[in-house]
Design a protein around this ligand. Structure first.
Ligand code: PLP
Length: 441
């Protein structure tokens, strides 16, 4: 049975705008695409207009849309047991914990399940504070960690500003990357700055340092080699827990199960969501090393959620992980990632408005500039420009969906994409960049 909307796209948009709030937006400015169905790397409007999904929706539908194996697993679980109190134990919960222990790095063996990434980070902060007896949390400016109280305070980007002052005890540090004009610090410079902040704040007051292993919405920032290993070393030296937020970078996006695997670093806590179920059902988790979990053998774990370990979500996650394995999607992300890196480099070579491209696996970004010498971004930090708006409008008109933010846009397709589909998307991007090239002085 197919469930198709009975309303037109226009009716859906008008009614949704009338009675529902769209996130991070002034409501008069939102212009959503009405979406009715999706399959593989494509989705369709109710009228049948097709879009190539070059952002996996919100960097989350990693396995691709409409995978019947996952749909069936959700249906089967719903038919048998749709919900159980988190004080009970279910088979999908048990099996998912075991499976995650298998694929997570090192001795990250124990998991607390949440409804998404923000709650995973909330619980990571609680755990770090309880375990260390310290209060402060270090986080980076170019980061997004979620929208709930602690996670929006951890967030370094301008989405935090409206929620300030937020929770006490969060200290932000600079990243190795300083924007397209100033570029990158070396790993050594960045680590020296981090250690200086640790000294100035008082090492004995800091419970944890949270960082996106590969930063997502703030620029697909791949850390310089040696940086993550250095962070691990500093955290160990000062008794600070290392929390890696892999909500966006996890589950194959970078060509490994988790981005930390590229550098063989094992954090103390690892948060995940999005690709865990490929967003078929909402689920997040905080994974912890065995030594941290052991601390709650005789102490109470003061955390809970009605939908913790939700059976539908756990069943969806198990089926999703099976798809990654059966279809070798992590390997495909790696192989297609090489092709995508070439396509990105080609754009940079041919288009004067392309100031920088970065990618790892199928996690990619293009940063646009007004001037290749001064590297002035084509839109200011936290701002818009007519050229970026025109670029977004062209993508939409040509049926390519991706996120356009400030002076950048993303190339984050589902991991099931093949080379022809990748080239189809880049063909549209290639034509679109003629618009931004005209803005280059
Ligand atoms: C790195 C990172 N952490 C946390 C979150 C928050 O996750 P959620 O929106 O599922 O609460 C996001 C969401 O985009 C994210 O990208």
């Amino acid at each position: 049975m197919t469930v198709r909307p009975t309303m037109t796209g226009e009716e859906i948009v008008a009614l949704a705008r009338k009675h529902t709030l769209f996130e991070w937006s002034a409501q008069s400015k939102v212009d959503p695409i009405p979406i009715a169905r999706a399959k593989g790397i494509y989705f369709w409007t109710p009228e049948g207009r097709r879009f190539i999904d070059f952002n996996s929706q919100l960097m989350c539908v990693n396995i691709g849309h409409g995978d019947e194996r996952v749909v069936r697993a959700i249906q089967d679980q719903a038919a048998v047991l749709s919900y159980a109190s988190p004080f009970m134990a279910t088979q999908p919960r048990a099996r998912l914990g075991q499976k995650l222990a298998e694929i997570c790095p090192g001795d990250i063996d124990v998991f607390f399940f949440t409804n998404g990434g923000s709650e995973a980070n909330e619980n990571a902060v609680k755990l770090a504070r309880w375990v260390t007896g310290r209060q402060k949390i270090l986080a980076r400016y170019r980061s997004y960690h979620g929208a709930t109280a602690a996670s929006i305070t951890l967030t370094g980007d301008p989405r935090r500003w409206a929620a300030e002052p937020g929770i006490p005890g969060v200290v932000h540090v600079l990243d190795p990357y300083h924007g397209i004009e100033r570029g990158w610090d070396s790993a050594d410079q960045s680590l020296a700055m981090l250690e200086e902040v640790i000294q100035l704040e008082g090492p004995g007051t800091i419970a944890a340092f949270i960082l996106e292993t590969v930063t997502g919405t703030n620029g697909v920032l791949v850390p310089p080699d040696g940086y993550l290993e250095g962070v691990r070393e500093l955290c160990t030296r000062y008794g600070i827990l290392m929390i890696c937020d892999e909500v966006m970078s996890g589950f194959g996006r970078t060509g490994e199960w988790f981005a930390v695997d590229h550098w063989s670093v094992v954090p103390d806590l690892l948060t995940m969501a999005k690709g865990l179920t490929s967003a078929y059902v909402q689920l997040g988790a905080v994974g912890m090393r065995r030594g941290i979990a052991d601390q709650f053998k005789d102490r109470v774990f003061y955390g809970g959620l009605t939908y913790n370990s939700h059976p539908l979500a756990c069943a969806a996650a198990l089926a999703t992980i099976q798809v990654y394995e059966d279809d070798r999607l992590i390997e495909n992300a790696r192989t297609m990632g090489v092709v995508m890196a070439q396509l990105l480099a080609d754009l940079q070579r041919r288009h004067p408005s392309v100031g920088a491209v970065r990618s790892i696996g199928l996690f990619g970004i293009v940063e646009l500039v007004r001037d290749r010498l001064t590297r002035e971004p084509l839109a200011p930090f936290n701002g818009f420009s007519a050229e970026m708006a025109a670029l977004g409008a062209f993508f939409r008109q040509e049926g390519l969906y991706t996120v356009v933010r400030w002076n950048s846009f993303y190339t984050n397709p589902p991991l099931c994409i093949n080379e022809a589909e990748l080239r189809e998307g880049f063909g549209i991007i290639d034509r679109a960049l003629e618009i931004t090239d005209r803005g280059v002085g």
